[in-house]
Design a protein around this ligand. Structure first.
Ligand code: ZN
Length: 177
């Protein structure tokens, strides 16, 4: 007996057969729009709510990928910042060393200026000159070694203008009288 015939017999006896409930649409959980069964996302105006597990998984995966990209970006930014910081640190150290060297030169010149203007005399009967009329200047070099330099006073000429341009620092000690 076919289904149609069976239903007709039952109908004649006033027994109603309802069609088995079947999913024919997807009602949006957010805006209640009735979507077609094949819709993955709500087509209600401006809603786009996920209607299936697959759609939900897609959204989760997309968000996870976005987070991962952000995390990667953050790591890259940090690495770049770290590189910049260490470059800056190296530059600072280099500049400090250069400044120190320049100060040393300025100080050596200062000593020679003092010697030149007083002909090597410190006070009444003391001199900074040795028997060959040389000034002995001691300083510590970049490798922390103590260096002694003997500069003959008579062979040393000071040209004020070029000294000032070379050091750009005004003399610290009272060399000018
Ligand atoms: Zn919706």
């Amino acid at each position: 007996m076919g289904d149609e015939l069976k239903n007709k017999i039952l109908e004649r006896h006033r027994i109603k057969i309802a069609a088995a409930p079947q999913m024919v649409s997807r009602i949006c959980g957010r805006c209640s729009y009735v979507n077609k069964l094949e819709s993955k996302y709500c087509e209600g105006k401006g809603c786009n709510y996920p209607l299936t597990q697959l759609a939900l998984d897609e959204i989760k995966a997309a968000e996870e990928a976005k987070f991962q990209a952000l995390r990667n970006e953050l790591v890259e930014t940090k690495a770049a910042q770290h590189k910049k910081d260490s470059e800056m640190q190296m530059l600072k150290e280099h500049m400090a060393k250069m400044e120190e060297s320049q100060l040393k030169i300025t100080e050596l010149l200062e000593v020679m200026k003092i010697a030149k203007f007083s002909d090597g005399k410190i006070g009444k009967d003391t001199t900074m000159l040795d028997e060959k009329r040389r000034v002995t200047i001691g300083y510590v070099d970049d490798n922390n070694r103590s260096v002694e330099m003997k500069v003959p006073l008579d062979g040393f000429e000071i040209d004020e203008a070029s000294v000032d341009v070379a050091t750009s620092h005004p003399p610290k000690r009272g060399a000018r009288k």
